[in-house]
Write a protein that binds this ligand. Structure first.
Ligand code: G
Ligand code: G
Ligand code: MN
Ligand code: NA
Length: 250
């Protein structure tokens, strides 16, 4: 209960910040963008893991407010970085189902004069456990703003391949667990091959997450993955360090 009260106060007093993890193109290892990851530095407890306070925010009905802060901050950052660098923001199932989301996102983009195609949203398969027609409707309106929507952690949830056919996703992100296991089990290579094939047939890009070694990188590139994310190319970085990385690639 203490932590829950603290979360309310933390939202009011902006105790959050974003970290940015780089994504590179598989073909030439060029920086293409970042995934924004929220951090809460609690004044006494220190680092609180995002899944803990995000679940709390969801239960307390604070997710829209917290999520809106993340989107605003991502747009502020994008305004400082050159094209074609993108920023991807994770959105929770409760956030994506809200009919107000597309307007709020579009206002944040406008405030910072950032075109929609530089922002991506990442959703997990959990979005389809709720009100699917409202969710699909919100996602379609976001896509009309030029915003990309990635299906995150692909392969780990209750994937319904049927949803890939709704033309709302521009990208699949293969979960890092498959990437790591592909180095030891041939079956996991087969899974990645078929995910890539599936994505291509729906004209979606594919990102491999959790790429930690040069071998992982080469394997994913050779399997046709478009973009790579993982500790090999960078851990989540502060805004300042991410900005330095952008500058060194520009
Ligand atoms: O770095 P990592 O430990 O940050 O992230 C842990 C989990 O928290 C991931 O599943 C990630 O998707 C989620 N997460 C990180 N930032 C955000 C955010 O801003 N919003 C939501 N909804 N989830 C986030
Ligand atoms: O949003 P998502 O659930 O995909 O969150 C990505 C999570 O994976 C974050 O917690 C991030 O810090 C973590 N992560 C990013 N790259 C790597 C990596 O190369 N290895 C491992 N183990 N975790 C990673
Ligand atoms: Mn993600
Ligand atoms: Na993921």
């Amino acid at each position: 209960v203490r932590l829950e009260n603290d979360l309310r106060a933390a939202i009011a007093s902006k105790q959050f910040h974003l970290m940015y993890q780089p994504l590179v193109a598989a073909k030439d290892q060029r920086l293409v963008g970042f995934e924004a990851l929220i951090r809460w530095e609690h004044p006494e407890r220190g680092f609180v893991p995002p899944p803990v306070f995000i679940a709390m925010a969801e239960e307390m009905g604070l997710m829209m407010e917290l999520g809106q802060w993340v989107i605003e901050e991502a747009c502020r950052t994008l305004a400082h970085w050159p094209e074609p660098i993108t920023v991807a923001v994770n959105v929770s199932p409760k956030q994506i189902v809200m009919p107000a989301l597309p307007n709020l996102v579009s206002q944040a983009l406008a405030r910072h004069k950032v075109p929609g195609n530089r922002l991506e949203l990442e959703v997990t398969e959990g979005v389809f456990l709720g009100d699917n027609s409202a969710t699909l409707d919100t996602m379609k309106r976001l896509r009309q703003l030029g915003i990309g929507i990635a299906l995150d952690d692909f392969g780990t949830g209750y994937s319904s391949i049927g949803y890939l056919n709704k033309a709302v996703f521009h990208k699949l992100k293969i979960d890092g667990s498959f990437v790591r296991e592909a180095s030891t089990r041939e079956e996991n290579v087969a899974i990645i091959k078929s995910i890539v094939q599936l994505a291509k047939s729906f004209r979606m890009n594919v990102t491999a997450e959790g790429v930690e070694t040069a071998e992982d990188f080469e394997r994913m590139r050779d399997l046709g993955v478009d973009t790579i994310q993982g500790y090999l190319f960078g851990r989540p970085l502060s805004y300042e360090r991410a900005t330095n990385m952008v500058a060194s690639f520009a």
